[in-house]
Design a protein around this ligand. Sequence first.
Ligand code: ADP
Length: 342
Amino acid sequence: MNKKTLAYHLKDIQHFYGNTKVLDIDDLKIQKGSITGLIGPNGSGKSTLLKLLAFAQKPTCGHILYNGQKEFPFSPTIRSKVTLLTQKPYLLKRNVFENIAYGLNIRKDKRHLKEKVKKALRTVGLNFEVFAHRKWHELSGGEAQRVAMAARLILKPEVLLLDEPIASVDTKSAKLIREASLKARDNWGATLVIASHDLQWLYSISDMQLSIFKGNIFSTGMENIITPPFEKYNKDLIAKKLTDGQIIKLKSPSPKTNTAIIRKKSISIDLETQKDLNILNQLHGHIASMLLEKKTGYIMSAISIHDMSFILRLTPDQISTLDLYPGKKVILKFQANDVEWI
Ligand code: ADP
């Protein structure tokens, strides 16, 4: 990977809150102009990572290269190049125009200010005449988030970091925010890092997906995580019991408190069970969703196994041969020793 094409290079990053380690990343590179999807359950460290990438917080250990240079929070070279939009937008207690023009005013860039604000508002689907003079408290949650987005886009940031930007907005605002973020990449080559539970969105636009769990980035791409508690099954295997009576058997050389990963490539999908071979898991469930992965042409499929969800990458061939569609009952198969522990 050419150094010049890297927006970020994180090295030996650890971050603690008090005595608790919440992030541990040995080496992470993010390409300029790329879109990275951050996927992980609540509390896994996504917001913390985004704050570090925004240089809003300094990692406890390690360093972050930005465009090949070591950078630190509040450095003047970084301000306004890198911007973070969070789930709950922060607006100044002023009107919409002033909120959006704020960054350019700070830069003393007053040229064509009104036109630029108009354009930024248009990008997020808000009419200038209607909204420019509204006060910060005269906006719905979704409109406020769109104003916060416009306030960032007007600065044409090199990096746009989005932390659950559409988690608490209406459908129309979510659509406009999704489109506006893509424009930042397409129109001026911004690098995007997005944490979202909207996997369909992430898979359809991102070049790289990072799974983050307990502060560790353990792979690129989404894998299947099975969390403790586990019970003893027999002398070689431990079991995760699902509340519907199904059992996931796993080979365990490690303590029972660890977390298991089953990689997508280890799982196959079928319509019938086969003779039980002791170490073969055969889990009954149904297809919850299917979506096309932009880069590869594969269909990312979520399979619900009672209260768990597994992700599989299926080929168009598999889909037509097995006649798969959302709602269809299927059987997932993987070997008990196809497990990795973290
Ligand atoms: P996510 O964005 O994936 O939900 P966070 O980065 O917000 O995860 O949190 C990671 C862990 O750090 C969680 O256990 C959370 O409780 C903890 N945490 C986050 N912010 C703070 C803070 N300011 N002080 C102490 N603990 C925090």
